[in-house]
Design a protein around this ligand. Structure first.
Ligand SMILES: [Fe+2]
Ligand SMILES: [Fe+2]
Length: 454
């Protein structure tokens, strides 16, 4: 049977079995209608445009718990002004990360929507995904605006390029350049190989190949920052771009990855949402960032519903996954667990990664005017105390970790094609240990300290 015939058969199946009446089609229809009706992007954009740090600077933006360095010995002795700043910088950091994650989302929404467009009956789903992509553009814009103004006010222009930052950035860039310069053709060879393997692995499904990827025939789109950046290299994501764009099952499987992003965000955003409602009810001043979080959560709630529906229901409409598709899906979730969820930060609440990658940022923070430009010796002393010894901050973070772990287990428990290590989020569960986090931080800190003093 040719692929066209397969497609025709599939369309016939939809009409024959009345798939349109399946519950998830109604959910998709309702979500799309509700999302376009409620859409808070204009409101969010306006809040970002009018944001002025000084009018918001004397208020906490959400729970005090949601502050950089919360619960550490340094936080205990910080002044009120420093505590405010740490609370504001936490918001900025989290939403910078969210902005990068949503940039990833924009790409993969388009790639996967380009696959669903080839399967009959998913027009509304594609419209919703396109609409979400537009919404993310506005969200990202606003997060950047507030983040930029806040960082300038609190840390000065230098915070965007201080010498240590440059030194460390250059090291990373040189590593990347090295990789490509040694073998001038390496990237082309790699792309060619990726295309070849993907084609072989998805034989007979050529008609599903993403429209979006067809228009990007010269280079394979990939992504670097956000959740993707933590999960795997840009090369791995090129390979995933091709695969998520080649089969309906894998296109739907991408939404289990997106669901992790949705749920991770909600871990802290929900607290801002609650704070907004409390302040609003009492008729008190609402800091702009809390309002942005509140409206963002409302927009995102539709995205979360879509991620859940596609990842848990829509994939069942498609041909069952091949061995290869199962393997790839499991590897992706395993990488995601390892990169994003298998640690416990000492100084960033609701962050389930080791502090190794944040050490340059902590150092910059402590040597900034906010901490009276601590000396190198003092900064390293405090970093060691905050990252390598047990304190309240670890316990606060563990509480968030347990909540997200339970939510993710409930979500992944439904996906029968996953290995138990993924269904039960075993890597994440193992990461929920203060003792292990301290041990890893001790090793990373020694290396960091010697790179700074070298
Ligand atoms: Fe968003
Ligand atoms: Fe979203």
């Amino acid at each position: 049977m040719t692929t066209t015939n397969v497609l025709n058969e599939k369309n016939k199946d939809f009409t024959l079995f009345g798939d349109k009446h399946k519950k998830h089609f109604q959910v998709i229809e309702k979500t799309y209608q509700n999302n376009i009706e409620s859409d808070y992007t204009d409101k969010i954009e306006a809040l970002g445009k009018d944001f002025d740090y000084s009018s918001n600077s004397n208020h906490f933006w959400g729970d005090r718990e949601l502050s950089t360095l919360y619960g550490t010995p340094l936080y205990q002795q910080a002044s009120h002004a420093q505590k405010l700043a740490l609370n504001h910088l936490y918001w900025v950091g989290q939403y910078q990360h969210t902005a990068s994650a949503e940039a990833n989302t924009m790409l993969y929404n388009q790639i996967t929507s380009g696959v669903f467009a080839h399967v009959g009956g998913y027009e509304t789903l594609c419209q919703e995904l396109d609409f979400e992509t537009t919404q993310e553009r506005h969200h990202i814009n606003t997060f950047h605006k507030i983040g930029y103004k806040t960082k300038i006010a609190l840390l000065g222009k230098e915070s965007f390029g201080n010498p240590l930052h440059k030194k460390l950035n250059n090291q990373t860039q040189n590593n990347l350049l090295d990789k490509f310069q040694k073998f001038p053709n390496q990237e082309e060879i790699q792309d060619f190989t990726f295309r070849l393997i993907t084609k072989l692995m998805h034989q007979g499904k050529e008609n599903y190949y993403s429209e979006y990827l067809k228009h990007k025939s010269d280079s394979i789109p990939t992504t670097t920052g956000g959740l993707a950046g933590i999960t795997a290299s840009p090369s791995v994501f090129k390979y995933l771009s091709l695969n998520w764009g080649s089969s309906p099952f894998l296109a739907a499987q991408y939404y289990s990855v997106r669901m992790v992003a949705n749920m991770s965000l909600k871990t802290y955003e929900y607290h801002y949402y609650k704070q907004f409602r409390d302040l609003d009810r009492k008729g008190e001043f609402v800091p702009t960032p809390i309002a942005v979080s509140y409206y963002h959560l409302l927009d995102e709630s539709f995205h979360t519903t879509m991620s859940q529906t596609i990842a848990q229901e829509v994939y069942k409409d498609f041909p069952k996954p091949t061995m290869y598709e199962k393997l790839l899906s499991n590897v992706v979730i395993l990488l995601l667990q390892r990169g994003l969820l298998s640690g416990l930060s000492a100084a960033l609440p609701a962050t389930f990664r080791d502090d190794v990658n944040f050490m340059p940022s902590y150092y910059r923070l402590l040597t900034s005017p906010l901490f009276n430009k601590m000396s190198q010796e003092d900064a390293l002393h405090w970093m060691e105390k905050c990252l390598c010894e047990e304190h309240e901050g670890f316990h606060v973070n563990l509480k968030y970790q347990q909540t997200l772990l339970n939510d993710l287990r409930r979500f992944f428990g439904h996906l029968e094609y996953l290995w138990p290590v993924n269904r039960e989020m075993r890597l994440m569960a193992e990461g929920g240990s203060i003792e292990k986090a301290i041990k890893r931080n001790q090793i990373a800190f020694q290396q960091f300290a010697s790179s700074v003093t070298a």
